[in-house]
Design a protein around this ligand. Structure first.
Ligand SMILES: [Mg+2]
Length: 393
């Protein structure tokens, strides 16, 4: 029901972005890519210590093997059963049952709790910002690019050399481990392309440093599919040339790329040589900020619903301020009843709102109408609530 930008979407060929053509990497640049390890699954494991040491699959409801939808994240134990992101949930269920028959523990299936993941995600960014401050970075420049809910790029060029950048990375990993009880993998390299491949190189809890002189060696034997932007279609064209590794691809002339891949050819040529000068992107201003939560059990009790609403208002107003907005002019409240009927009410306020309290007050007023005859004639209990703000300034 809730569409989210997933990791797979980011890897699609259609999202191939051109790279500026500088023909070589800037020798002064040091870029880090941080990627949380099995993020959703690790977050669930942390929240429920009794799941510790068990295979965990976060995704849609498997409904005893008949469920539709896919796996969002599997922890490393579940991955050893062959369960991975984007696999149909019914297939994941089958694999878990097979493992059970072989005497291994059955996987635990858990629904997505984006509210929790967003909260952790913004705390990881805060921890990173604190560290940048401690290391005396010039924070007027954009040094963090949030690339996804569990990954971001850092510009560590200000540290001056890779040894210092490596220490920064180690310290950041330790701090995330200590404060959030989660592990992250970090890659360091002369650009975003190399840093991202490096962070994936020794998961989980890895720190991989690819200084400029090591780039060619690092890339040489990697399968070309490791290069961001190369998907199955592109791969096929390389197969016809009997090319499998980045090193082999690098020996093909520019002409081959321009003829074979059209306007992406030139970028691909440089990319395969590990050259990339894309800058860190500033955060795009969000058009709305919101969250929703499916309750542990359907309820009619105001005493259970109001604390949720308050937590959401706190989170939303906090995120609004972090994103550089001061006020918002529109609120949206969504309720899903136990019969899955979903209702949404919104309001554009005559005066812009800046406080969490005012948001909470408005949302409570609307919520009350969903609990009595006004909006709930058949007396359904509530399964999910969602709150969102729009028109931020
Ligand atoms: Mg990750």
């Amino acid at each position: 029901v809730f569409k989210r930008k997933t990791k797979t979407a980011l890897h699609q060929e259609s999202l191939f972005k051109p790279i500026a053509r500088d023909l070589k990497n800037d020798p002064k640049r040091i870029i880090a890519h941080l990627d949380m390890d099995a993020f959703f699954a690790s977050a669930e494991e942390r929240e429920r210590p009794y799941l510790s040491g068990r295979p965990i699959v976060v995704g849609s409801d498997p409904s005893g093997g008949k469920g539709r939808g896919v796996v969002s994240t599997a922890n490393y134990l579940a991955r050893s059963y062959g369960i991975r992101s984007a696999l149909p949930i019914s297939k994941a269920w089958q694999l878990s049952q097979e493992a059970k028959r072989a005497g291994k523990p059955e996987a635990v299936f858990v629904g997505c709790n984006f509210f929790l993941y967003e909260k952790i995600s913004s705390r990881i960014v805060e921890i990173t910002q604190e560290m940048l401050q401690e290391f005396k970075a010039d924070l007027r420049r954009p040094l963090i690019e949030i690339a996804g809910i569990d990954e971001f790029y850092l510009d560590l060029s200000f540290l001056g050399d890779y040894k210092k950048a490596e220490r920064f990375g180690e310290k950041l990993q330790q701090r995330i481990k200590k404060q959030e009880k989660l592990t992250a993998s970090i890659g360091l390299g002369p650009n975003k392309l190399i840093a991202k491949i490096a962070s994936d190189f020794q998961k989980p809890n890895g720190l991989t440093v690819i200084s400029p002189e090591k780039v060619d060696d690092f890339l040489k034997d990697l399968p070309i599919s490791k290069i961001h932007g190369i998907g199955p279609k592109t791969n096929l064209i390389f197969k016809t040339q009997k090319v499998n590794t980045v090193g082999e691809a690098g020996r093909l002339p520019m002409d081959f790329y321009q003829k074979g891949f059209g306007k992406f050819g030139e970028d691909l040529y440089w990319r395969l040589k590990g050259i990339d000068s894309r800058p860190l992107e500033r955060p795009t201003k969000a058009k709305s900020i919101g969250c929703h939560e499916t309750l542990m059990e359907d309820t009619f009790e105001l005493g259970k619903l109001l604390p949720k609403l308050e937590a959401m208002a706190v989170e939303i107003v906090g995120r609004m301020r972090r994103d550089g907005f001061k006020v918002f002019e529109r609120g949206v409240l969504t309720v899903r009843f136990s019969d899955f009927v979903t209702k949404t009410r919104s309001k554009t306020f005559s005066q812009p709102i800046s406080s969490k309290l005012e948001l909470e007050k408005w949302a409570t007023k609307i919520l009350l109408t969903f609990l009595d005859k006004r909006e709930n004639k058949t007396g359904q209990s509530i399964r999910l609530i969602g709150l969102r703000i729009e028109k931020m300034k």
